[in-house]
Design a protein around this ligand. Structure first.
Ligand code: GRF
Length: 225
């Protein structure tokens, strides 16, 4: 990421559904708070609301149907070739609900991040809110991490946490967490866009120092510490 030309970070976003995290990035970029340009929004679902949000913002979209490909690897080869043509510096998986073929992923190592609604390494995969409740957790949260071939298992960048109330159900947890997810994702993309945060091998490096633990979204909500 260090040798890219000056100017906003070119970002491609992958989303399968609602796209509220995409919207948070779009809004932050448009307001001038976040030095990025979203160059492409890609989806595996042609009817994803995220694509409509992108169109509304005048951003190029790409929808490919996995069912049109014989194998996952074929779908991902085509998807990543089309994405590469848009020359993003960073790919953000924001509610993208597909596992990515390791061969397609390999060239993007260190340039692809994911937001996941749990305090990883707890609860990788689906139904995280329900699983956190069923496990009797006191705290729940969201994580942003570099993507590796292991599902929700790549090096952690930052996390945000909320306390679970006795009255919480999966829906209230998801609702309370979502605004913090948005702030967390913006803060992480901001660090990358300002060339402050990179992946070096297996290590996340911030301002030249390897992180010993994931960053935490600060009490003011906007900063990482
Ligand atoms: C978020 O909870 C995100 O963490 C997870 O999927 C959800 C996507 O929400 N990966 P949205 O599509 O961004 O609104």
């Amino acid at each position: 990421m260090h040798d890219r030309p000056a100017g906003p970070l070119r970002v491609a976003v992958f989303a399968s559904g609602r796209g509220s995290n995409l919207q948070a990035l779009l809004d932050a970029a448009r307001s001038g708070r976040l030095p990025i340009e979203i160059v492409l929004v890609a989806s595996d679902k042609a009817h994803a609301p995220a694509l409509r949000r992108a169109e509304h913002a005048g951003i190029t979209t790409l929808a490919l149907d996995p069912h049109s490909y014989a194998q996952r690897a074929d779908f991902d080869a085509e998807l990543f070739a089309r994405v590469a043509a848009a020359a993003p510096d960073l790919i953000v998986l924001a509610g993208y609900l597909r596992i990515i073929d390791p061969d397609a992923l390999a060239p993007w190592q260190g340039r692809i991040i994911n937001i996941h609604p749990s305090l990883l390494p707890k609860f990788p995969g689906l139904h995280t809110h329900q699983r956190a409740l069923a496990a009797g957790e006191r705290e729940h949260g969201a994580s942003v991490h570099f993507v590796s071939a292991q599902l929700d298992g790549g090096p952690l960048i930052a996390q945000t946490a909320i306390v679970i109330d006795a009255a919480d159900n999966a829906q209230t947890l998801a609702q309370r967490l979502l605004p913090q997810e948005h702030r967390l994702l913006i803060a992480c993309v901001d660090l990358i866009a300002r060339d402050r945060l990179v992946l070096d091998g297996e290590h996340v490096v911030l301002d030249g120092q390897p992180l010993r633990a994931p960053l935490r979204l600060g009490a003011t909500g906007a900063t990482l510490d």
